[in-house]
Design a protein around this ligand. Structure first.
Ligand SMILES: [Zn+2]
Length: 108
């Protein structure tokens, strides 16, 4: 985090983070049971083959591993998301919408 070199003999803290799309509004309706999922999944796979694999993967699951020095470990414990005080700042990234993501795959 701070850029300080951590020697192999020094104490370090390993931070592992998983960032993944959670989609748990699973509701089954009668029409869902009649759908041909095999065909739909096959179509999705075909569409995904034309997409950037890295982008596609990062949209779904991303794992990070960081080595922290003691000072950064203390900072992280106090404020894990780092910029909570700046939460009014807007980012260029729209919220991830799984339905929209699937629709875009179908439109390709
Ligand atoms: Zn540090």
């Amino acid at each position: 985090m701070c850029g300080t070199r951590i020697e192999t003999t020094e104490l370090r803290y390993v931070l592992k983070m998983n960032l993944f799309a959670a989609y748990d509004t699973m509701k089954l309706e009668a029409s869902d049971l009649e759908r041909n999922y095999e065909e739909e999944i096959q179509k999705l796979i075909e569409k995904m083959e034309g997409m950037n694999p890295k982008e596609l993967e990062e949209d779904v699951f991303k794992q990070y591993t960081f080595d922290l020095c003691r000072t950064c470990q203390q900072k992280f414990l106090k404020n894990p998301l780092g910029n909570l005080e700046k939460k009014s700042e807007k980012t260029d990234f729209p919220p991830f919408d799984v339905d929209d993501f699937l629709r875009r795959l179908e439109d390709n």
